[in-house]
Write a protein that binds this ligand. Structure first.
Ligand code: ADP
Length: 622
């Protein structure tokens, strides 16, 4: 930002990306322009929440007795809108730093894409981007803010947008604290200078704001702090609008908990499970979690200590009288009150999910599809709820359609009597794992294999260890309980022939592998790699490699299993027996080995692989 200093008035230029953003907002088509009002009211309500807190903790407050309220004044003749609050106000630094920046770098790209696609822009999205204030440019070309911070020694300022690229700030006489924002409405938004229209919007979006909102001198909102009400007195619509207000989501939530507890700890809570991750985010640090209040006084937004990390997709409000008002973030982390609340909220949330699992499985699966990735990490981190969490896990498997789930319980119920182990296979996605040769035996014999398609599944595997006394085993492990298959045995090499070709494999591969053995698990493929008892799953190995990029090549030696019924292996046995072309034999063996590595995505260099394949093809086509 650069500024050209005059005596009183300073002009500022927005950063380039802010300019682009404003340009996009000002020149796009919209649905939901009324969202701008919601954002203005929401900011005013935040500002009032902050000052309510200061009233109790800060003695140096400007107008300590001013009523906390929001006042909207309209003039339909002049087509103007003005909103004023008695909240915390802004300092000059707030005006330059907080107004005029946006948090997420993805914001601009996203908006630009919408514009490019020529889609009308959903005003609802703006709130999610942390640029709520700028939604006002959907309905106005120029905007003025007059504000004074609630600190008694603060000064008043006027912020004014000038055209698209600039704004100015000047000092003004403003005796009272708080913020007034006013503007002339664009022609296509002139309905927002009509009282009737504005009252409707406020009733719809902001009815539960805990401060009176006046339009033309009449209080419009009627509900107040929703979480203080009796659960049965709250309508679904009120609850959903409240959710949208606290979470910035524009969909209704998937579910909620409305609690009022008295006992060891006293608290009220209204928390929600979203329908889907907001805006596609599911990184823990991006999730806005729960707001903490003490007896209706707002203390902290995004209070991550009220829920364990694996439930941080939830949002809403928790209100407790059992915490001192001036509680700091450090204190909330270790406070026994918070821990108690966290335990109770966790337990209740799991009960809610268990209810869905039992009575509304589709809803549960939808939840799991959207939030499973984070939710699953609870297995490793929340020891006390591990058993409940295990029952809530869902997996795709060889017996589910793509995108559909089964559970460990269902798996075990469907196991044939002689099956002693629960099998899984890890991979990046459903289509890839389906093609893994290691599945051939299981598919042929109708044995269910769970698919571990998230990194979290593999990381959980050691914690799961066994379910219903049945060990969980990766089908990549060499020591699983496979029965030999009679029909494939019939056209297989004899034991001596097998031994002889295996010795050729061992000679060629040397210490590249731990061992070479005849496979019981292959049906159509020639070979596959498996790991010994202490070895690491190839998918896990790949993830470790990604995390520690220097290391390369398979770290654990694998056991190569070969299919002694496969025509290629039989041909090689013959070539070996007849002392045929030894270099061809070696090349084929190396090719089979590297092909198996390739399927596991653990082949480091494809150059030799391709050169060798070219040689072999040349021979075959001569
Ligand atoms: P967000 O509300 O998501 O932070 P906004 O663009 O809506 O983003 O607002 C940016 C910031 O401007 C707010 O965080 C707040 O610090 C300040 N602000 C906006 N409106 C007001 C207001 N009425 N009173 C005090 N501060 C405000």
């Amino acid at each position: 930002m650069s500024d050209s200093n005059t005596e009183q008035l300073q002009e500022f230029e927005y950063k380039a990306e802010m300019k682009q953003l404003l340009h996009l907002i000002a020149h796009s088509l919209y649905t939901h322009p009324e969202v701008a009002l919601r954002e203005l009211v929401s900011n005013a309500s935040d500002a009032l929440n902050k000052v309510r807190f200061m009233q109790l903790t800060d003695s140096n407050l400007l107008n300590p007795d001013a009523p906390l309220r929001i006042n909207i004044i309209l003039d339909s003749n002049a087509q103007t809108f003005s909103i004023e609050d008695t909240g915390i106000g802004m300092t000059k630094a707030d005006l330059t730093d907080r107004i005029g920046t946006f948090a997420s770098s993805g914001t601009l790209e996203f908006l630009a894409q919408m514009k490019e696609d020529n889609k009308p822009f959903d005003g609802n999205l703006i709130g999610q981007f942390g640029i709520g204030f700028y939604s006002v440019f959907m309905i106005a070309d120029e905007v003025v803010i007059e504000t004074r911070h609630a600190d008694a020694d603060s000064k008043g300022y006027r912020w004014k947008s000038i055209g698209e690229g600039k704004f100015s700030i000047e000092e003004i006489e403003r005796p009272q604290r708080g913020t007034k924002i006013f503007f002339k409405l664009k022609d296509d938004a002139k309905q927002f200078s009509e009282e009737f229209e504005v009252k409707q919007v406020i009733k719809k979006y902001s009815n539960f704001v805990d401060f009176p909102i006046f339009v033309g001198g009449e209080q419009v909102n009627t509900v107040g702090a929703l979480w203080h009400k009796n659960r049965n007195d709250v309508t679904e619509e009120e609850r959903n609008e409240f959710y949208k207000f606290v979470s910035n989501d524009f969909n209704a939530p998937l579910g909620h908990l409305h609690l009022s507890l008295e006992g060891v700890v006293n608290f009220k809570a209204l928390i929600f499970i979203p329908e889907a991750p907001l805006f596609g985010f599911l990184r823990e640090q991006d999730l806005k979690s729960v707001h903490l209040y003490s007896n209706r006084i707002f203390i902290q937004d995004d209070c991550k200590d009220l829920l364990p990390e694996y439930l941080h997709f939830m949002s809403g409000v928790v209100d407790t009288e059992d915490l001192p008002l001036n509680v700091s973030r450090e204190v909330t982390q270790s406070s026994p009150v918070m821990m108690k609340i966290k335990d109770i909220l966790t337990g209740r949330t799991l009960s809610l999910l268990e209810g869905w699992r039992k009575d509304e499985p589709d809803k549960y699966d939808k939840f799991f599809k959207n939030f499973g990735l984070l939710f699953k990490t609870g297995i490793g981190s929340d020891h006390s709820n591990k058993d409940r969490l295990i029952e809530l896990l869902r997996f795709e498997s060889t017996k589910t359609e793509k995108g559909k789930f089964t559970s460990l319980k269902e798996y075990v119920e469907g196991m044939p009597e002689d099956q002693r182990e629960i099998y899984y296979l890890a991979g990046d996605n459903r289509d890839a794992v389906e093609l893994d040769p290691k599945l051939e035996y299981f598919k042929k014999n109708g044995i269910e294999v769970l698919f571990f398609l998230d990194p979290a599944d593999l990381f959980n595997a050691p914690f799961l260890n066994e379910y219903d006394e049945k060990p969980l085993k990766s089908i990549e492990k060499a020591d699983i309980d496979l029965k030999s298959d009679e029909d494939s045995q019939s056209d297989a090499l004899t034991e001596d022939e097998s031994k002889s070709v295996i010795s050729a494999f061992k000679k060629t591969l040397g210490d590249k592998v731990e061992d070479v053995v005849a496979s019981k698990r292959l049906v159509d493929s020639a070979a596959t790699l498996v790991v010994g008892a202490g070895g690491m799953d190839s998918h896990m190995e790949r993830m470790m490699k990604m995390m520690n990029q220097k290391q390369s090549g398979p770290t654990w030696k694998k056991i190569l299993e070969i299919n002694v019924s496969h025509p290629l292996v039989k041909n090689l046995a013959q070539l070996h027996r007849n002392d045929g072309d030894e270099t061809l034999l070696e090349k084929c063996i190396l090719q089979i080995y590297e092909g198996a590595l390739l399927i596991d995505e653990n082949l480091d260099s494809t150059t030799e692989f391709v050169a060798r394949m070219t040689d072999i093809m040349e021979k075959a086509t001569k």
